[in-house]
Design a protein around this ligand. Structure first.
Ligand code: C2E
Ligand code: MG
Ligand code: MG
Length: 452
């Protein structure tokens, strides 16, 4: 890498690289041609693949689309310039855009892996701070992959695929990283890459859906709310649970879009039930850390409530200890704003994270949800019984409502009733069910006689 860097530093920085953008067909033809010629001469052919993740300020979706396109124009130009600066004058570069956020650059025939690394390092430096797009400063991370043939690729298409796989692996090593393609990457990356690509399209293809699980009063099992739990109806794999795809959505940076869809759909359903004259129950929605960190969370919630017409106090947001404790001071501010709006707030999976008790009393929350791992063995393990008891006492002394998750048996329910746990949720009452079945549960509940 050092030799190449010194080589590139001897090149006139003002010269224009001989680079041009071509379409996929042209790109593959040029790369295949290079591969065929290289086969006879023993030379290598290398492709650099760059995937950009820009962070835009919030705004209207139309404005954002324009900003995004301008960003990718700037990125393409920077890519050609910086890649060009790593090669001798007169070298020819070809660029194509295989995906909305990615570019592939066919490096000059003389390129070696070290040259590609020098180009990548130069590109990375260019995107280290923020870059100016339409007068706005935009930060972006770039993950890059390099593939070269020989040894691995049989044809140009495979070479591009391998560079993409390497870039994909780079993203998970840490942001702004570079990886050189190795055969081992092929063992896990393509399947996961495909899942991520599918997930990016899942909202538009209407493949996401919500299941609803009732939350009931512990004393008499009256339904007091539902928790919205997302599912993905994958065209080939069937119904995928959130445990399998939420972590991918988080890593791929697409959880915010999914989370907003969930919020909107859950509020729409809650409002529909109210409009049908069903009992007034609240709707709980899980927030992901990325959603909670977003500066415009408050505005998003306001917009969703306005668009769906749901009253703020019908919505409950489930947060986790980790989200709140990462930056407790700013969490308090966010929670206070949401609380002032009338939204209910609860801490999900309570007991599994690291809550500071002094902060706990300062968070304006309404409820604690005891994690199901404690509830599972509450009647058989004295330690779990002790933790569950302590959480209920702690919650009540802080004037919070306490909900036990994962209640599956009558004996667990009895134990929780004795401790005056406020609500329960679990398979004992109902599994999470699709909207039509949840509607039936609610309608049946409305027919029952309760004390109040
Ligand atoms: P969670 O919010 O703690 O949700 C409770 C999970 O426990 C649900 O799993 C539910 O099906 C399961 N569960 C409920 N009762 C019982 C029971 O009696 N026994 C057992 N064994 N399990 C029970 P699910 O639906 O697979 O969701 C898993 C997690 O995925 C959720 O945990 C939540 O953290 C996350 N999640 C679900 N939907 C969303 C979403 O829309 N956004 C975000 N960010 N996360 C979500
Ligand atoms: Mg939850
Ligand atoms: Mg939970």
């Amino acid at each position: 890498m050092e030799t190449t860097l010194s080589k590139s530093s001897s090149i006139d920085p003002n010269r224009q690289p001989l680079g041009r953008e071509v379409d996929r067909g042209q790109f593959l033809a040029i790369a295949q041609n290079a591969l065929d010629r290289a086969a006879g001469s023993g030379a290598t052919v290398a492709i650099l693949y760059a995937t950009f993740t820009p962070q835009f300020p919030s705004g209207e979706s139309g404005e954002l689309r324009d900003l995004e396109e301008s960003f990718f124009d700037v990125a393409a130009q920077a890519l050609l310039e910086k890649a060009g600066s790593a090669f001798p004058h007169g070298s020819e570069l070809h660029l194509m855009r295989p995906a909305r956020d990615s570019f592939a650059v066919l490096l000059p025939p003389s390129a070696k892996t070290e040259d590609a690394m020098a180009a990548a390092s130069s590109i990375r430096q260019r995107f280290e701070g923020s870059i100016s797009v339409r007068g706005l400063s935009v930060r972006a991370t770039v993950a890059m992959g390099v593939s070269s043939a020989p040894p691995w690729a049989a044809n140009a298409e495979a070479l591009v695929q391998q560079a993409e796989t390497a870039a994909y692996c780079a993203r998970f090593q840490s942001n702004s990283q570079l990886q050189i393609y190795c055969e081992y990457m092929n063992r896990w990356a393509p399947e996961r890459q495909k899942l991520e690509k599918d997930l990016r399209e899942a909202i538009d293809r209407k493949e996401l859906l919500l299941y609803y699980q009732p939350r009931v009063r512990a004393t008499d099992q009256k339904i007091v709310g539902f928790e919205a739990l997302v599912r993905w109806k994958h065209p080939e794999r069937g119904l995928i649970s959130p445990g399998q795809f939420i972590p991918i959505a988080e890593e791929a940076g697409i959880i915010v879009g999914i989370g907003e869809w969930v919020l909107h759909e859950a509020c729409r359903q809650a409002k529909a039930w109210r409009d049908q004259g069903m009992p007034k129950v609240h709707m709980s929605v899980n927030l992901s850390p990325a959603q909670f960190r977003k500066a415009d969370l408050y505005e998003t919630i306001c917009t969703v409530l306005k668009d769906t017409g749901l009253e703020a106090d019908a919505l409950e947001l489930e947060l986790t200890e980790g989200m709140l404790m990462t930056d407790p001071k700013s969490a308090i501010t966010t929670l206070q704003r949401l609380k002032a709006l009338g939204v209910h707030l609860s801490i999900d999976d309570f007991g599994t994270g690291y809550s500071s008790l002094s902060y706990l009393r300062r968070f304006p929350i309404d409820a604690l949800k005891i994690d199901q791992s404690f509830v599972r063995e509450v009647t058989s393990k004295p330690e779990d019984a002790a933790i569950t008891t302590a959480i209920i006492l702690l919650g009540h002394s802080l004037k919070l409502s306490v909900i036990a998750e994962g209640v599956e048996t009558d004996s667990q329910l009895k134990f929780l009733q004795v401790l005056q746990c406020n609500e329960i949720q679990g398979f004992l009452v109902s599994k999470p069910v699709p909207a039509d079945q949840a509607t039936k549960l609610l309608a049946a509940d409305a027919q029952k006689k309760y004390e109040n």
